[in-house]
Design a protein around this ligand. Structure first.
Ligand code: SF4
Length: 149
């Protein structure tokens, strides 16, 4: 019964939703996870008011936070709003764990692109992943499914 299962926030693109910047998804097999958790899909960038498809964005500064898209448009507020809404949802429905897509400027847990739009990675987290971590939500990426079972 799903009512008895723990809730898990999941990057919507990992569930096959076409919410990625290019209008596609990052669908992976989550059948194993669904046995243990009630899945709550969420895309911070869409919830933060950005359209799909949209230009790709990268974090150019972490402190203070500054996110721009590849046209140079400042989308920091959208990313912060998406993160705020993710936290609000977690608190509202009692979510304590999140499975988030690695390397995304919103969802990345370990690495994100460095803001130069040249495919270079840095060891840091996306805006939503950072906020959720700070507030005590445990984050997993798509390579850590075993840790969730
Ligand atoms: S913001 Fe997160 S959920 Fe939305 S497309 Fe990017 S990685 Fe997927």
């Amino acid at each position: 019964m799903s009512a008895n299962k723990e809730k898990l926030l999941v990057s919507a693109c990992l569930l096959g939703k076409n919410v990625k910047y290019n209008g596609k998804n990052n669908c992976i097999d989550l059948e194993k996870i669904k046995k243990y958790y009630e899945i709550v899909p969420f895309c911070p960038e869409v919830e933060g008011g950005l359209e799909t498809p949209r230009p790709p964005s990268e974090i150019i500064s972490f402190d203070p936070v500054n996110v721009i898209n590849n046209s140079g448009q400042d989308v920091t507020k959208n990313f912060q709003e998406g993160a705020r809404k993710a936290l609000e949802l977690c608190r509202k429905v009692g979510i304590k764990k999140a499975l988030l897509k690695e390397r995304s400027p919103s969802c990345g847990k370990y690495q994100v692109y460095d803001g130069s739009f040249s495919k270079r990675l840095v060891n840091s987290s996306g805006i939503t992943a950072t906020l959720l971590k700070e507030k005590g939500i445990k984050i997993y990426d798509e390579n850590e499914l075993d840790k969730l079972c």
